[in-house]
Design a protein around this ligand. Sequence first.
Ligand code: DSN
Length: 416
Amino acid sequence: MFDRNGNDSSTYNVENYEFIKKFSPTVGGLIEKEYLRQKNNIELIASENYCSEAVLAACGSCLSWKYAEGYPTNRYSGSETRYYGGTKYVDELEEYCCNQWRQVFHTDYHVNVQPHSGSQANFAAYKSVLKPGDTILSMSLDNGGHLTHGSSVNFSGKLYNVVFYDVDENGYIDMEDVRKKAKSYRPNLILAGASAYARIIDFEQFRDIAKEFGAYFMVDMAHIAGLVAAGEHPSPFGLADIITTTTHKTLRGPRGGLIFARKELAKKVDSAVFPYAQGGPLEHIIAGKAVCAEEAQTSEFKEYAHQVVLNCKAFADEFIKLGFKIVTGGTDNHVFLIDLSDHPFTGKDLQDRLDENGITLNKNAIPGDKRPPKQTSGVRVGTAPMTTRGFKEEDFRKVARRIAEIVKQMDEEFGK
Ligand code: DSN
């Protein structure tokens, strides 16, 4: 893992790409280039992070060679099984991984650690409680939701009838609108969770509305899961019926997904993952998820998550001081959106210009955006990866000032 100056005290990455280069100069060479890009850049993509060497090593282990379709034998009733021999150790590993995740979130919910990604986790979570054509009430992609929360180009928008709740004029989730739409549309499932929302989500209010109108309550906590684990964001456990997450964002583990559910939904969730949505689980990634869960219980992780939030607030405050508009006027978590609608260039223009200047972030729609998704009027920034690399508040203030300089040049160039 890199430190704040891009130094990598480990040899794991370098040894690996050098090893690959002996067999494939092309593949090894491209990995090396990407390694150097990551090492030399300031990484502000809110959904990315740097996992530990132990996680990387687990993901690159001999478990990659093992097939293990099914679930550890006797998972609940004695009837569960794997469809391959030789699964003694991966059975133990998968159970261990599930137990570790229960400990992370202090819960007795059922856990499925097999989803290959957050999208696969959401696909299976919906399938476990909905039929095609059922209604989901969620936040739209434009307002900060996620592709799998009902976008018309995604399976979620094609298989289900999706109604979106709005954000208010300040960009906050409009809980009155959630209640009003729950009352009018009687959704089968209400979903809370976002990929570009900077404020605390009030899971209790969502639960109350879901209960009032007889809907399942699901939370996609992919972005904030690391903060939930560290007590930096209220937990949805005990409130939601189903919770999905990825493990590679604020949790800084391997790229993958998890589903948690109330025990009575356990079998439905498991059969929605395998055999409905997926075949063989990626046991090497499950090993990485288990290491990540252990790391998430350390005091070092809690300090990191606390610092992510402190850094994000300092970063947003500095942008505000520099005259930028921030959606919702600040942040409570690891992410915020810069509103560029008063500038003569798009989010894509700024993303490209920052790429040229060694700063990586992504263009992002802002609520009510008039520009198309390939351009956008905003950019999204997050503090988790650079916090992992040791950045503190003053480092982020400096980055804000550097971005402001670049924006000033662009204003002149594009004719503000
Ligand atoms: N697309 C991811 C993000 O960047 O937030 C979520 O899956």
